[in-house]
Ligand binder design. Structure first.
Ligand SMILES: Nc1ncnc2c1ncn2[C@@H]1O[C@H](COP(=O)(O)OP(=O)(O)OP(=O)(O)O)[C@@H](O)[C@H]1O
Ligand SMILES: [Mg+2]
Length: 358
């Protein structure tokens, strides 16, 4: 529903809200007054009134009969059937999925695979949408995306054209782009937001126990904002997270960083484990469901391949480069008079892109 349909709203307020990514009544109803107050030109009193009025319109100010609730989650395939199975179909839209694990455990590989599968049709396990990729570690790889696209039978250029990437340099920048993601979801029909990784910059900017409260406050805001966007626009959100090693007596164990804010804020928590910690002898990995609203704590095995996450080490490429490449133009024999008709034919052959049909 359009913001203008709210009887109490002024045109100036509509403009300010839209500039800050709140483009409809649903998004407004899920906002926090404190966040709206930060917008210059909207007072504390007005923020609360606007949000409460939006909630009235959305039917959020009364209790609802459970039978009326519609659960319209879609599930995005991970590229591994084993992994999809324990997730009840794949990565859910509308909620946050966190994947944590040691270095090289496959988090970035999963993020890349999802950035491709998201563009597949819904009946094939995709979400039929574009991707927003928030990259805090500078590990995004175009060539990896191209290989994954070819594996699934897609024109790599088409897939790359539907991934919107932001290289992030600070925590504040990360928050700014999370805010910007809301409008981008609408403008670009994005159905997946990737944050790879959630804590990397915070870990280096907020050092020591004295900074912990400030860090958790920023983290809380990010998680809340992402959760709201996921729900409002029914998009999937993948957050990758690093681990810290804790000593338990003589044993060591890895646990996700970010504390309770991340643990409680993410709906699905999945741990990736490697076989053998320091030696990179196998590309087999395991995914463990650590926490999920309605899934048992199961484990699945998958492989990292040169073309993303898969059930086996062997990669088959479905995209036929040969068929997709326009045939090389035949050199026409040198004639004194070049026919105009022929020139038109060769021009149209150049313009029609055979890749378009894929
Ligand atoms: N082309 C490739 N073919 C096969 N395996 C690869 C290829 N590229 C990377 N890998 C494997 O993937 C591992 C890295 O995986 P990935 O980047 O997904 O880990 P990560 O969990 O994101 O790690 P980090 O915490 O360091 O970001 C490498 O150590 C390697 O074993
Ligand atoms: Mg990574």
């Amino acid at each position: 529903m359009e913001l203008a349909e709210l009887s109490s709203i002024k045109p100036r307020q509509i403009k300010l809200l839209q500039e800050n990514g709140i483009t409809d009544i649903k998004a407004l109803s899920m906002s926090v007054p404190g966040d709206l107050e930060e917008i210059e030109g909207i007072s504390g009193k007005a923020s609360k009134k606007l949000i409460w009025d939006a909630r009235d319109v959305m039917g959020m100010s009364s209790f609802k009969q459970v039978s009326e609730i519609v659960e319209n989650y879609d599930f995005l395939t991970t590229g591994s059937k084993n992994f999809d199975e324990i997730l009840n179909g794949g990565v859910s839209t509308g909620r946050l999925t966190e994947v944590f694990g040691a270095f090289k455990s496959g988090k970035t590989n999963l993020a890349h695979t999802l950035a491709v599968t998201c563009q597949m049709p819904i009946n094939e396990g995709g979400l039929d949408g574009a991707v927003l990729y928030i990259d805090t570690e500078n590990t995004f790889s175009k060539s990896k995306i191209e290989r994954i696209a070819r594996r699934f039978g897609f024109n790599p250029q088409k897939i790359l054209g539907n991934i919107y990437h932001a290289r992030i340099y600070s925590t504040d920048h990360q928050f700014q782009m999370i805010r910007a993601a809301e409008q981008a979801c609408i403008d670009k029909n994005a159905r997946l937001i990737v944050v790879d990784s959630l804590m990397a910059l915070m870990r280096s900017e907020y050092v020591g126990i004295g900074m912990l409260a400030a860090r958790q406050q920023v983290l809380n805001k990010m998680i809340h904002e992402l959760s709201r966007i996921a729900e409002t626009h029914n998009v999937a959100v993948l957050l990758t997270n690093q681990v810290a090693t804790f000593m338990k007596g003589t044993y060591s164990a890895n646990d996700a960083i970010g504390g309770n804010i991340v643990a409680h804020g993410c709906h699905f928590r999945i741990q990736f484990k490697t076989k053998g910690f320091s030696a990179n002898t196998s590309l087999e990995r395991s995914a463990i469901i650590v926490d999920a609203p309605d899934l048992p704590p199961e484990v699945a095995s998958f492989f990292i391949t040169e073309a993303g996450i898969s059930d086996s080490e062997k990669v088959e490429y479905l995209f036929d480069e040969e068929k997709a490449t326009p045939p090389a133009k035949k050199k026409s024999p040198k004639k004194k008079k070049s026919s105009k008709k022929k020139a038109v034919v060769s021009k149209s052959a150049e313009l029609s892109d055979p890749l378009e049909s894929l």
